[in-house]
Unconditional design. Sequence first.
Length: 187
Amino acid sequence: MSLLKKYIRLLFEQEEQVINKLRVFDFDDTLVKTDSKVYVTHANGEKLTLTPGEFAVYEAQEGDVFDYSDFEKLINPKQIRKVLNIMKRIVSKRGPEGAIMLTARANPEPVTEFLNKNNLYGIEVIALGSADPLAKADHIARRIEKDNLTHLEFFDDSLKNVKAVEALVDVYPDVDFKVRHITYEPD
């Protein structure tokens, strides 16, 4: 059974009366695949070009300088339909407050524009401007405390981000966490 079918079945079977529940989605390589690149200049002047997926596992070297300018816009976005459909289903059941978009991008506008084009209006987009996995985990920790969350579901393609959020389970033992590592499958 596909991820989407399993998830939709789970949504129908679950008691959706949980008020303090939030689902957090990453954008690049989780909800969309783009042709945006990260450009790295090593201390010796050598240049490297990375896709978001390659960047997610890249181990920075001392002196690396990163150029994220491609992420100020959307370059040839392709939906990752299974995950997009999960988000649409959540929003149809819970409204735009049921999900947020948490992205390492610095500019939220391209993400908001993409969501609007896909009839996902009003979803909060938090653009962290940081690729540090702890930035996502810290934001989620603040959100748990601010909104007194009892249930949190996290969708991200980066294993580093997934592990950073999984570490919150020990800090918030009363929160029901579901941390989902998304792997890109072409439609």
